[in-house]
Design a protein around this ligand. Structure first.
Ligand code: ADP
Ligand code: MG
Length: 411
C-alpha cells in the first residue's frame, strides 16, 4: 500500500476498524480541528468548537463517537445512542454519508431522517434501534410524537452548524429536543461562528465544555483569488454566458439571492444549451439530491444554488464560484467562496456587482479586509458606474445576528 495514515492518526487510540476506514478515505493527517477535538471527545468532555466549513468537523466528532459506540451496549428497538442534529436535509444526508463511510467496518446501525420525504419508511427503519441517528430537528420531533424514537438510551448529542440552526429559527425545536433527552449525556456543539446567540445556547446546552477554535475566516479567503465584474443588473446573465463561453468554464457553482433568481438564471443557461440544475427549497428532496450527485460526477457543468441550500455542501475540487448576486449576509460571502480553494487547493471566486449592491460590496471588502480587483468586459461597461471602493478597516461591531426569514422563504 502506497499511502499510509500518519502516526498523528494512529496516536489517538482509535479502534483498528476506524483506522482502516480512515485509510480507505485516503486521509493522511488529521486536520487541525480533528487534532483538538478527537482527544477531547474520547476523554468524555463536552465540546464547543468553531471552525469554518471544509475543515473536517464531521470526522472530528464522528470518529471518536463511533469509537465510543463500538465499545458500548447494544441499542434497544426504537432507541438511539447518539443523535446528530443538522439544520438542512442536504447536510443531514452528507453527514450520514460520512457516518456510513467511517463506520463501514463496524457492526453499528445508523440512519438519517429529514422532512420533505415520506415519514413511514423512516418509522420502520427506526424500529430496530440506531446507534447513530442523523436528523433535522422538525422531522425528529414528528417521529418522537409518533412514538417511533426513544431517547432513554441516548448518550451523545451533537449539534452541527449550531449558528445556522439558530439563524434558521430552530431554537424552539432545539430546546424541545433538549427537554426530551437525558440531562446526563455528552454534548458536542459545532459552529462556523461564535455569535452571542450561539454562546447563549451553549450556556446550558454543554457543560464545562472544552472550547476549540480554529482560526477560520482568513484561511479560505487567502487561498481564493477573487475579483468582481461591475455590471448593470439587467446584463448579468448575458455577461455570464459570455464569460462561460470565452473561458470554457465547465464546472461552476453559481449563487443567486433568491429561489426565483436561481430558476430564472438556470432557464437561461439551459436555453443556451448549458447543462444546469438548481438546488433550493422549492425543489423536491429527490431533485436536489439528483442535482448535487450529477454535478459532483461532472454530468452537469453548472449548479445554481441559494445560500441556505448550499451551506456546508462538500463538493470536491471546485475551481470556480460565481456570485451572480451578492449575498444577503456579508458572512455568506465567505461561506460561498469557501466552496472553492479547499484543502490547500487554489480556487477563484468572482462576483457580479451592480450599482445598487455597492454597499454590500463595501461590507464584504471590510469583512475580508481587502479591496477586490475589478474587471470590466467590453460591451458590458455599466451605465451606472460603481463608485470607487475605500477600504474601511474598522472591525464590525459584534451584533446580534438578525433572525432570518424562515427557511421556506429563502432555502
Ligand atoms: P466541515 O464539516 O468542517 O465543513 P467536512 O467534515 O464536511 O467539513 O469535511 C470536508 C472535506 O474534508 C470532506 O470531503 C472530508 O472527506 C475531507 N476530510 C475530512 N478530514 C480529512 C482529513 N483528515 N484529511 C483529508 N481530508 C479530510
Ligand atoms: Mg460540517
Amino acid at each position: 500500500m502506497s499511502e499510509k495514515i500518519s502516526e498523528k492518526f494512529t496516536g489517538f487510540g482509535l479502534s483498528p476498524a476506524l483506522l482502516k476506514a480512515i485509510e480507505r478515505q485516503k486521509y493522511e493527517d488529521p486536520s487541525p480541528i480533528q487534532i483538538q477535538t478527537i482527544p477531547a471527545v474520547m476523554a468524555g468532555h463536552d465540546v464547543l468548537a468553531a471552525a469554518q466549513t471544509g475543515t473536517g468537523k464531521t470526522a472530528a466528532y464522528t470518529l471518536p463517537i463511533l469509537d465510543h459506540l463500538s465499545k458500548g451496549s447494544k441499542v434497544r428497538p426504537n432507541h438511539v445512542r447518539a443523535l446528530i442534529l443538522t439544520p438542512t436535509r442536504e447536510l443531514a444526508a452528507q453527514v450520514y454519508e460520512s457516518v456510513t463511510n467511517y463506520s463501514r467496518f463496524m457492526p453499528l446501525h445508523s440512519t438519517v431522517v429529514y422532512g420533505g420525504v415520506k415519514i413511514n419508511p423512516q418509522m420502520i427503519r427506526l424500529t430496530k434501534g440506531m446507534d447513530i441517528l442523523v436528523a433535522t430537528p422538525g422531522r425528529l420531533l414528528d417521529l418522537y410524537r409518533q412514538n417511533t424514537v426513544n431517547f432513554q438510551q441516548l448518550e451523545i448529542l451533537i449539534l452541527d452548524e449550531a449558528d445556522r440552526m439558530l439563524n434558521l429559527g430552530f431554537l424552539p425545536e432545539i430546546r424541545e429536543i433538549q427537554a426530551l433527552i437525558p440531562s446526563k449525556r455528552q454534548t458536542l456543539m459545532f459552529t462556523a461562528t461564535f455569535s452571542d446567540e450561539v454562546r447563549a445556547l451553549a450556556k446550558d446546552f454543554v457543560s464545562h465544555p472544552v472550547e476549540i477554535s480554529v482560526n477560520p475566516e482568513e484561511i479560505t479567503v487567502d487561498s481564493v483569488t477573487q475579483w468582481i465584474y461591475p455590471v448593470d443588473k439587467l446584463k448579468k446573465s448575458s455577461l455570464l454566458l459570455k464569460l462561460i463561453r470565452d473561458n470554457h468554464w465547465d464546472k461552476i457553482l453559481i449563487f443567486t439571492k433568491t429561489k426565483n433568481g436561481a430558476d430564472h438564471l438556470s432557464r437561461k443557461l439551459l436555453k443556451a444549451g448549458i447543462a444546469t440544475a438548481t438546488i433550493h427549497g422549492n425543489k423536491s428532496q429527490g431533485a436536489r439530491s439528483r442535482a448535487l450527485a450529477e454535478f459532483k460526477s461532472d454530468k452537469l457543468s453548472i449548479l445554481v444554488a441559494t445560500d441556505l441550500a448550499a451551506r456546508g455542501l462538500d463538493i470536491d475540487q471546485l475551481p470556480l464560484v460565481v456570485n451572480f448576486d451578492l449575498p444577503h449576509l456579508k458572512e455568506d460571502y465567505i461561506h460561498r467562496i469557501g466552496r472553492t480553494g479547499r484543502a490547500g487547493a487554489t480556487g477563484e471566486a468572482i462576483s457580479f456587482v451592480c450599482f445598487d449592491d455597492f454597499e454590500k460590496l463595501a461590507d464584504i471588502e471590510r469583512l475580508t479586509k481587502q479591496v477586490l480587483d475589478r474587471r470590466i468586459v467590453e460591451g458590458f461597461e455599466p451605465e451606472k458606474a460603481l463608485p470607487e471602493s475605500q477600504l474601511d478597516l474598522r472591525p464590525f461591531k459584534p451584533k446580534k445576528p438578525k433572525k432570518m426569514k424562515k427557511p421556506k422563504d429563502l432555502l
